[in-house]
Design a protein around this ligand. Structure first.
Ligand code: BJW
Length: 248
């Protein structure tokens, strides 16, 4: 499907604005990774977040939580970045100031080449000690969580669960990028989870042009200057091609 990129947006991009983008699970959907809240296919349609993505759930049954994350890590391990990830990596090279803020834990943005990257919800490919967050090597393919070599506590994925604080430096940098940019993209996220969901509104209040790329409407759609209805893996390459003549 051909996507029409608004001419004003093409013009703005060519003027090399200070830019930032917030991505969510939708960007990895075309890599075959399930989103969280999509009605039929989202993870939360099949699993209860309170049983799996909270510190309390982990305390109750670390091995159950471990196995769920092991399954998701395997899915990610068999998948790869898609043209949407690659187009965002190209934008970093094409614009002087482009900060990519992601809620995704799959590591695909880095794998696609993005370097100015803030991972707000951690990274599923890292394991840390659940007691003091010391990095642990290897994932352990066993059915139970591996034990920390220093203190014996079970390991956990280095991701941010409900009720946990986000990495402070990344969060501060993300709010700074939102406050100071002229162009802000919200891509493949339902903007339902705080504090990340506030970032587009912070950018908007600071005067940025707000662009949403999503096949569905979200809580942000009514406020965005441009809503591009479509899949990130198709729209983003079209945007880069239209504005810079570069194929992704
Ligand atoms: C496509 C597409 C295609 C499909 N192309 N698009 C204020 C008000 C109310 C509540 C709170 C509040 N502040 C904090 C809270 C509580 C809570 C929260 O926000 N709850 C809400 C549910 C109401 N927030 C927290 O608990 C956060 N912590 C916190 O605030 O701590 C405070 C604190 C401070 C100091 C000390 C201690 C505490 C933490 C939030 C952590 C979220 N974690 C998860 C799991 C990560 C690990 C894992 O992966 O398992 O992060 S939840 C889950 O949601 C995951 C995601 O990153 C996050 C966002 O989801 P996302 O990416 O938007 O996915 P979906 O599925 O929702 O949307 C996909 C979109 O893609 C859809 O729109 C589709 O249409 C679209 N799409 N295909 C483009 N091809």
């Amino acid at each position: 499907m051909k996507h029409d990129i608004p001419p004003e947006l093409v013009e703005l991009l060519r003027a090399n604005p200070q830019s930032a983008a917030l991505t969510g699970a939708g960007v990895s959907a075309e890599s075959g990774i399930p989103t969280f809240r999509d009605a039929q296919t989202g993870l939360w349609a099949r699993f209860d977040p309170l049983e799996l993505a909270t510190p309390q759930a982990y305390e109750r049954d670390p091995d159950l939580v471990w196995r769920w994350y092991r399954w998701r890590r395997e899915l990610i391990g068999q998948a790869e970045p898609n043209p949407g990830h690659r187009a965002l990596a190209s934008l970093e090279g094409l614009l002087d100031e482009f900060t990519l803020i992601t809620q995704n834990v799959d590591g695909f943005h880095r794998a696609a080449g993005s370097r100015r990257l803030l991972e707000l919800h951690g990274n599923i490919n890292r394991t840390v000690c659940s007691r003091d967050r010391t990095p642990m090597s290897g994932f352990g393919e066993a059915d139970s969580a591996p034990r920390c070599g220093q203190c014996g506590a079970p390991g956990r994925p280095d991701v941010v669960w409900f009720g946990e604080a986000l990495p402070m430096d990344a969060l501060q940098d993300a709010f700074e990028a939102a406050r100071s940019c002229e162009l802000f993209f919200s891509i493949g996220t339902s903007t339902a989870v705080e504090p990340a969901a506030s970032l587009p509104f912070v950018a908007l209040e600071a005067g940025a042009t707000l662009v949403e790329i999503n096949p569905e409407r979200t809580a942000l759609s009514d406020d965005a200057h441009h809503v591009i209805t479509g899949m990130a893996g198709a729209v983003l390459p079209a945007l880069v091609s239209e504005a810079f003549g570069q194929r992704v």
